[in-house]
Design a protein around this ligand. Sequence first.
Ligand SMILES: Nc1ncnc2c1ncn2[C@@H]1O[C@H](COP(=O)(O)OP(=O)(O)OP(=O)(O)O)[C@@H](O)[C@H]1O
Length: 320
Amino acid sequence: MTPAISLRGATKVFASRRAVDAVSFEVRRGGATALLGRNGAGKTTTMRLVTGILRPDEGAVEVLGGRSDSVAIRDRVGYLPEERGLYKQMEVVEHLAFLGELKGVRPRRARERAARLLRSLELEHAARARIETLSKGNQQKVQLCGALVHDPEILVLDEPMSGLDPVNAVLVKRLFGELRAAGKTLLLSTHVMPLAESLADHVVVVDRGRVVLSGPVGEVKASFAGNTARIEFDGDGTFLLGVDGVVSARIEPGVAELVLRDAGDAQRALSAALSRLRVRRFEVSSPSLGEIFSRVVGEGAPPPLAHRPRAARGAALEAP
Ligand SMILES: Nc1ncnc2c1ncn2[C@@H]1O[C@H](COP(=O)(O)OP(=O)(O)OP(=O)(O)O)[C@@H](O)[C@H]1O
């Protein structure tokens, strides 16, 4: 079956800046991929290529096997942009019904869907409110309803949690879980790493327009496993930072988290700890997606061109 989304060498240049530079990845139908990257890394531009708002200068972008800018394909995609695109004078339900009708949904059906979505995000009380009177977070929820009102197969969500309080974030996350269970395909960008970790099955990390890491979430994590050791101890553990093979460490009273050069350094770290501390617990663990993100694109990470390929099972740290 053709993938839901396919980018092959997709490149977008603004003036002389390669905002998206030879990006390739696929999202299978029913899959959920988190597109991660620092500010300005190229996530929004990638999503605009996927939604057909932009055409690539080089390479190919296909959605459901067709051109991403064809009307027939665009009607099957729901896009939540990062910036607001609401008709602020309109009533919430009128606005949503209008968006649904633009995508070919019959008026009555569009209203029913709008009402159901508003209910699922606990916004039914605002159905008759003018959009401009809503708070920022509630406008974000209306915008999300607008992306879903035509019941698209593919959802492209740019920073969907932006402006949401923790209660609303839970509601939205629940809705995404329901959409996944219903077989929808998700491509989302987010800086909320726990969301990416819990919702996505694949991850694509971009840096300065290029893919620097991609693969199934479990395999990406496994490829970094063994590189993190957590030690609980009695004594002064500050010396652990100086142990050969320890790249960086977060050391607090009684607990240290060490980032190791490679898995083989865990034994040396344990021996060093045992020689000077009373070790209560030692654990070699998988880092979280957030820790992996920091290591791959954080301060001190090598620039994309300096990366060497380091594939571990399905996960690939990309080389140029
Ligand atoms: N229309 C445009 N004209 C010129 N430069 C642009 C345009 N759109 C994006 N860029 C540039 O392309 C680069 C990638 O921008 P993009 O918005 O895709 O990043 P992002 O990863 O979505 O960032 P953020 O997390 O801050 O939203 C940035 O340097 C940005 O300034």
